[in-house]
Design a protein around this ligand. Structure first.
Ligand SMILES: [Zn+2]
Length: 73
């Protein structure tokens, strides 16, 4: 889980705990149900999360590549 920050124009900022990579640009505000916009202001956490997501993405791609090579042989 990672903590994401959103801000509602009526209620102000609030945090939501979501699975890594599960954040959407907008969420319904838990207070008033209005649209709340995501803020990208958690520097260390979001940087680690992004690096981790990119690393996992690369790993998935490199795992696929050997399969293709093996099919050719
Ligand atoms: Zn609100």
């Amino acid at each position: 889980m990672a903590t994401y920050e959103y801000v509602c124009s009526g209620c102000g900022p609030y945090d939501v705990a979501l699975p890594m990579g599960g954040a959407t640009p907008y969420r319904d505000c838990p207070e008033c149900g209005g649209p709340a916009r995501r803020i990208f202001s958690a520097p260390s956490l979001s940087r680690v999360g992004r690096a981790l997501a990119e690393a996992l993405d690369r790993e998935e791609r490199s795992r696929d590549a050997p399969e293709v090579v093996r099919d050719v042989h």
